[in-house]
Ligand binder design. Sequence first.
Ligand SMILES: Nc1ncnc2c1ncn2[C@@H]1O[C@H](COP(=O)(O)OP(=O)(O)OP(=O)(O)O)[C@@H](O)[C@H]1O
Ligand SMILES: Nc1ccn([C@@H]2O[C@H](COP(=O)(O)O)[C@@H](O)[C@H]2O)c(=O)n1
Length: 224
Amino acid sequence: MSEIIVAVDGPAGSGKSSVSKEAARRLGYAYLDTGAAYRALAWHCLDEGIDVENADAVAERARSFDYATGMDPDHYFVRVGGEDITPDIREPRVTAVVSAVARVSEVREALNAMFRRMMSEHPRPGVIAEGRDITTVVAPDAPVRVLLTATEEARIARRSAEVSAQTTEATAQQLASRDRQDSRVVDFMTAADGVITIDSTDIDFEQTVQALIDTVRSGLSTEQ
Ligand SMILES: Nc1ncnc2c1ncn2[C@@H]1O[C@H](COP(=O)(O)OP(=O)(O)OP(=O)(O)O)[C@@H](O)[C@H]1O
Ligand SMILES: Nc1ccn([C@@H]2O[C@H](COP(=O)(O)O)[C@@H](O)[C@H]2O)c(=O)n1
C-alpha cells in the first residue's frame, strides 16, 4: 500500500506528465496520470457517439466505463474495455473536447474516488499523481504538494516542438483555450497554502526532474 503521495498540479504543457513520470521512475514510485482518465472518458464518448455537451449522458458513462491504466512508469498504458488507446487519447479531436467532459461534477466525483483508490491500493512505497486538482481536491493532505508551472510562452514553445502537424498559432490558441476552460472548474494557476511552486521556465527537463525529486526528499524529511 502506498503511503507517500506526491501531488503535482499545473497548467497545460507545464511538464506535469513527463517530469512526474521520470521522477517516479527514479524514486521507485508509481505514477498516476489523472488527465489520462478524463481523456479516456472523452475518447469513449466520441467512440460511442455521445454528445459531450450532454452532462447527464457523460456522467452516466463515467460511472460505467471500464478504465485501466499502468502506474508503473516503465509500463504506461491506457485502456478502455480492454482496448489499448494510449496514443488515441492525445489526438487533437480528444483534446478539443476533454474540458467539456471534465467540467461535469458527477464525472469529477467518480474519477476522484477512483484516483484515491488507485493511489491507496498501489504496492509501491509512493505515488506521484499529477493533474489539475490533486493538491487541492484529490489529495489535499499529501505530504508533498507541488505546483509545476512555466510561462505560457515556454509552454507553447514546448508543445509546438512536439506537435508538427499544426501551426504554432493553432497550438498556442488550443493551449490557452483549454487552460481558460479548465480554470473555470479548478484553480491550478496559483499555489494553495502549503503547495510548493516549481517554475520550469528557465530550467531544462533534467533540472526540473531534479527539482521535483529534491522537493519530495525535503518535504518527506520535514514530515518526520
Ligand atoms: N523544464 C523543461 N524544459 C524543456 N522542456 C520540458 C521541460 N519540462 C517538460 N518539457 C517538455 O514539455 C513538453 C510538455 O510536457 P508534458 O506533456 O509533460 O506537459 P503536461 O503538463 O503534462 O501537459 P498537458 O497537461 O497538456 O498534458 C514535453 O515535450 C516535455 O518533454
Ligand atoms: N486532475 C485533472 C486532470 C485533468 N483534467 C482534465 O483533463 C484534461 C486533460 O489533462 P492532461 O493533463 O492530460 O492534459 C485537462 O485539460 C482537464 O480538462 C482535470 O480536469 N483534472
